[in-house]
Design a protein around this ligand. Sequence first.
Ligand code: NOJ
Length: 721
Amino acid sequence: MDIQKLLSQMTLQEKLGQLTQVNAVFFKPDNTADITGPVSLLGIEESDALYCGSTLNFIGAKDMKKIQDIAMAAQPHGIPLLFMQDVIHGYRTIYPIPLGMGCTFDEELVEECARMAGKEAAVSGVHVTFSPMLDLVRDARWGRVMESTGEDPFLNGRLGAAFVRGYQGDKLQGKYDIAACVKHFAAYGAPEAGRDYNAVELSEHTLRESYLPGYRACIDAGVEMIMPSFNTVGGVPSTCNRLLLDKILRREWAFDGIVISDYNAYREMVKHGVAEDDKHAAELAIGAGCDIEMMSATAYLHGEELLAEGRLTMEQIDRAVLRVLELKDRLGLFENPYRVANEQEEAELHLCPAHRALARRAAEEASVLLKNENVLPFSKNAKKIAVIGPFAKEKGIKGFWACAGRDEDCVTVLAGVRALLPDAEVASVKGCSWEIGETEVPELDEAIELASEADAVVLCLGEYQEHSGEGNSRATLTLSPAQMTLARAVLKHNKNTAAVIFGGRPLVLTDLAEIAPAMLYVWQPGTEGGNAVARLLFGDANPSGKLSMSFPYAEGQCPIYYSRMNTGRPVEDPKVVSKRPYRSRYLDAPVLPLYPFGHGLSYNTYTYDNFTVSDDKITPDTPLEIAVTVKNEGQYQGKETVQLYIHDKFASVARPLLELKDFVKLELAPGESAAVIFTLTEEDLRFHTLDGTFASERGEFEVFVGPNSDQLMGATVYLEK
Ligand code: NOJ
């Protein structure tokens, strides 16, 4: 398609239409009521909606084709629509929430899952997914931590790039590849007080040092689109933030893909108080570098006046339209507007056995064994098994942002245990609801009776899928009084109990950890959740997940993360409550979280030996080799993620006590050992120095290797320059 020629033939209205995205409901052939509703809220007519260049929130190939037909017939040049959707952790077959995927520390698995999601989405007519979400998350109060891969810039970057490769393949060449959109640029994960959409205050140093690398890794991986965040950063909404969108994104990173606003974010700038009115909002957003406006029509309505008044230029509009048309062209939409949307393939692929198997494997690898005092794995010879708690029979375990996923497709824990052990007597009682703050346990007696008689008890606790996700911040992160009452009663009557905890964020589990001998955190595990949990509990699968986000000891520690600064007055032992005054301490909690970044147990013990560093000096020309031998001392096949950290002891700006620099996930048979050799270069030691350059500074560094951020062996090396 000759895009330039097409552009030259388009009217201004058509061009502005290409820069506007509306909900698919506006195009629904058989629903005029819907059309006149939301359309009028946008201030446009039904006929205008048909000019729009892209749409979101439709489900299925059949609808997609109808909508495409309607849109193309109305668009004067027959330009096809781009169909976008939030395919975040699966399309119909749902794998664990991204925070769980972060705990897999497995780039290949993430890539495979993204490819599977992309394929299911593509046959349903999706061209672009609003994923991956790469906001750095360090405050569990924020409900959207579930969408991120975690608290570490390096891990996020590696997994973010894997998501992009999975969706986009090799530059969208593959039949089922779809375009990816990294979001929410920038620092949406650091809202004040953990409250969604709230203001973000960060120095440019911290922004660049910690918050930007994840997005940047996706740009380097060739992501097609990026979405600015809703929030303000230093008082300026990202949607019109020239530092972010112009200076950093377009100039420093040379990103030439599409910038799409978040939902209604142009208009929300009026609420933020930085745009006088809708017209001004369009001027600010396009002026800063936005291309597509999602779910408002300020540019469409006011573009002509803004051009006439010299507040926008035709060059700006044309450049944005070109980007949209080029993506449509790269996706082959001008030749085949339906692309691979296909009802028959939908029926074949959605929830097919191969996809379910992958989702189950992902759910197994995402689960983190937080604690285990000789309880797990349960014996498969158990005759009587009790599955107790509000999540025992709960099908709502797919998690927020599950796209076309349905609760009814999900396998419950009870169903999973029954399927795995068909000859056992498996009984279940809910005990209480999962409501936040619930105090009543209506089925306490039944739960006690069941627990007392059982050989093994699976206690299913946690938070519901709608208690995290967009708009769902929490000020308390503990289990409800009812869930704790139930847990105490069950544990009093049967010590052979494992708590299986569902959550969209790290919950505060300090009280439960005091009484429960075993705790398996399964996040919102998705379609195959119950099967994965059963296999983990009874030893058909071996837990290997490692936390990609710290679990606070108490809410008051938030934000909390392993990569903290030392302060001038550190406590002697951050694991206990310090008694010394004038220290950086809490009077009622330790400094460290309950479970640190990187923590996660297995049914095996892995020993770390032969730690060696090739030299005590590192220079720009001579990298270091850091080696360790890891041995599986247990009886099970298992996976272990070996982590490499550094600490820059002295620099022009204070450096974190630890920074993850690499990791390797090993698979070891019982008795097997493997040597891991990390290479650390001078480039790995660079940071944003006091004068703003990205460079390393000579001096002492510590290098550490270990199974998590709290159990490390280390050595000191000197960087010579
Ligand atoms: C709002 C969310 O912030 C964003 O992540 C999502 O992609 C859009 N809505 C579209 O659904």
